[in-house]
Write a protein that binds this ligand. Structure first.
Ligand SMILES: Cc1cc2nc3c(=O)[nH]c(=O)nc-3n(C[C@H](O)[C@H](O)[C@H](O)COP(=O)(O)OP(=O)(O)OC[C@H]3O[C@@H](n4cnc5c(N)ncnc54)[C@H](O)[C@@H]3O)c2cc1C
Length: 414
């Protein structure tokens, strides 16, 4: 096969790669997307945050998604025993979208790639990036293996690595570093619900919290299927015996709220397990490349931030590359790494404080203060760069402080 020359090579056609490709194409940058699977393909990450709607809208990918009639997500519900804490995005502190979707990613990502093709973006499937060589000026030669086991090279001025769990450049350039998030794992599948409850009870996205480390997600889709999954410490997830189906069925018994609803459902595919899913890297960019989405960093599914970080970073990288190709000076450390790390740090605090139990204290014992709830709700909607929000600006200490006040009040009222 013939070698190819482009301005920008994007590895992977998940939401991060698609948003980046749409932006670059719109701005007349010669971009090529290389994707190793054939779409539609399964990937986990089905509950979105309102913030990512801004990104899809900005690059012209919102209408193709609206046309799919995915289930609208207007908030989220957290349950612990008899206590329920609901967030409604319409009441969030920061301006912005107050809804998004909960959607099967096979269909969601397929809709994005079909729209890219319609817009004229060069995107090829069943082609895998196997190696990359960088020149001193940052340009590169990437070797691609096709489905027929042929190979060819792509010469690019810039690479955006949006390869998600493939983590192509972190692997090839040895950029992986341990995450600071405690090690957790997950087991999940989809089920067909024959008698889903009517109304919101049937469609509300819910996190049933079993203890500080263990929780069960229920994400109903508009096609009648529901995604269910458990998250817990790796040793807890691995402590169940049997096939993945037997293990997940056994775990469902732990959810007193949902056991009746899901006790007899058939899994639509053998449950999948992802062990120790949190990932991090030593650097988010280098000469001639940027890491975006999951290839860069993944924290934890508890606040559904994965796709939003994927689109935020994909769009940001595409904007900076467009400027650089026009010979504008770009400060990648400040404009990309520091910017992304700021948002990641906010969510990282929320994830860590979830597993210390402090955030759960606020959700289940103290979220009756409407102002605090509005401010936390904006974070849960993905608006983590709004520094006027005290729960963004002081993320590393405010959760602890509020939880301590609640504990103190509880003790004194006894
Ligand atoms: C248990 C669990 C639950 C989650 N739940 C949520 C959730 O509810 N909400 C949420 O927002 N996020 C969630 N996530 C995170 C979410 O899965 C990811 O953050 C999101 O999919 C990242 O998108 P992406 O575009 O970076 O990569 P992906 O969507 O993973 O896409 C990457 C693409 O790159 C392709 N690729 C890989 N290697 C190569 C290669 N060598 N050559 C060419 N192509 C390649 C892959 O085939 C793939 O299509 C969850 C994660 C876990 C572990």
């Amino acid at each position: 096969m013939k070698d190819v020359e482009v301005d920008v090579l994007i590895i992977g056609a998940g939401p991060s790669g698609c948003v980046a490709a749409a932006y670059l194409h719109k701005h007349d940058v010669h971009v090529k997307v290389v994707e190793k699977s054939v779409f539609p393909r399964f990937v986990i990450g089905e509950s979105l945050l309102p913030r990512c709607m801004d990104h899809f809208e900005e690059v012209g990918l919102l209408d193709c998604l609206i046309a799919q009639n995915f289930e609208i997500k207007s908030g989220a519900r957290f349950i612990k025993g008899d206590t329920i804490c609901e967030f409604d995005f319409a009441e969030k502190y920061t301006d912005g979208y107050d809804w998004t979707w909960q959607a099967p990613r096979a269909d969601f990502d397929y809709a994005l790639t079909e729209e890219l093709k319609k817009q004229g973006v060069d995107i090829t499937f069943r082609q895998e990036v196997v190696s990359v060589d960088f020149n001193n000026d940052g340009s590169s030669q990437t070797t691609i293996r096709t489905e027929n086991d042929e190979s060819f090279k792509i010469h690019a001025k810039f690479i955006i690595d949006s390869s998600g769990y493939g983590r192509v450049l972190p692997r090839l350039l040895n950029l992986d570093k341990p995450s600071t998030i405690p090690e957790h794992s997950s087991i999940f599948s989809h089920v067909k619900e024959m008698d889903r409850p009517e109304g919101m009870e049937g469609t509300f996205i819910t996190f049933d919290v079993l203890d500080a480390d263990t929780w069960f997600w229920v994400i109903p889709f508009s096609n009648g299927n529901t995604s269910i999954g458990f998250v817990g410490k790796t040793e807890y997830i691995n402590s169940f015996d049997g096939t993945p189906s037997e293990r997940l069925s056994e775990m469902i018994k732990q959810s007193s709220y949902y056991y009746e609803r899901f006790k007899n459902v058939d899994f639509l595919f053998e449950p999948k397990v992802i062990q120790n899913y949190s990932k991090s890297v030593t650097q988010l960019y280098g000469k001639g490349y940027a890491l975006t989405g999951n290839s860069a960093e993944f924290l934890d599914p508890v606040f559904s931030s994965g796709v939003t970080f994927a689109t935020e970073s994909g769009l940001k990288a595409a904007k900076l590359i467009t400027r650089e190709l026009k010979n504008d000076a770009v400060d990648w450390e400040k404009e990309y790494a520091a910017y992304m790390k700021k948002g990641v740090a906010v969510f990282a605090s929320y994830v860590k404080e979830w597993y210390t139990g402090n955030l759960q204290t606020i959700f289940f014992d103290g979220a009756n203060n409407p102002e605090i709830k509005r401010q936390i709700c904006a974070v849960l909607a993905g608006y983590v760069w709004d520094e006027t929000n005290p729960f963004v600006k002081n993320h590393n200490r405010l959760i602890k402080t509020v939880a301590n006040v609640i504990h103190l009040e509880r003790r004194t009222s006894k």
